[in-house]
Design a protein around this ligand. Structure first.
Ligand SMILES: [Zn+2]
Ligand SMILES: [Zn+2]
Length: 157
């Protein structure tokens, strides 16, 4: 599925994450900031698309021709382990990635256009009954985004 309208994926907050901030995040997580690792993290900081490893690889390849798929996968694994990125498994068989530094939010998968949206909906580990020991909480919703819902109702009218 060729999902993402690239325009809708840019971080519109205007706080672009500087290279210095990227390096600082990696140092804090005790990850050696190689050029290729920085490129992966910079992409995740700039985009709100929740790209898969495959998408990250193909997006970076033109600007980082020495990049290998293995490096992208290994980098994402390492960053997930160090809590720099979150793995999102909203679709079977596809792991997508989000910057962990973002405030907690839920995800909405549109079955019309395939885009994944950040939504303000959170469940905290405190909401889980106390006898459970919670490692992580994910909030996933599926359905139609406002655009696709409007397009759908226009068709049936
Ligand atoms: Zn949609
Ligand atoms: Zn997100």
């Amino acid at each position: 599925m060729e999902a993402n309208n690239k325009e809708g994926c840019r971080d519109k907050s205007g706080n672009s994450t500087t290279s210095a901030a990227i390096v600082a995040m990696m140092r804090e997580a005790q990850i050696q900031p190689s050029m290729q690792r920085m490129a992966v993290l910079e992409l995740l900081a700039a985009e709100r698309c929740h790209p898969s490893a495959e998408e990250i690889y193909s997006r970076l390849l033109p600007s980082v021709p020495t990049l290998s798929r293995t490096t992208v996968y290994n980098t994402l694994h390492l960053m997930a382990e160090k809590n720099l990125v979150h793995e999102i498994e909203i679709e079977p068989g596809v792991t997508r990635y989000d910057l962990a530094a973002r405030p907690p939010h839920g995800h909405f998968l549109c079955r019309g256009c395939g885009r994944i949206f950040d939504i303000e909906l959170t469940v905290s580990p405190d909401d889980v009954p106390g006898e459970f020991v919670t490692d992580s909480v994910d909030v996933f919703c599926r359905g139609l985004c406002p655009e696709c819902a409007a397009a759908g109702s226009a068709e049936t009218d």
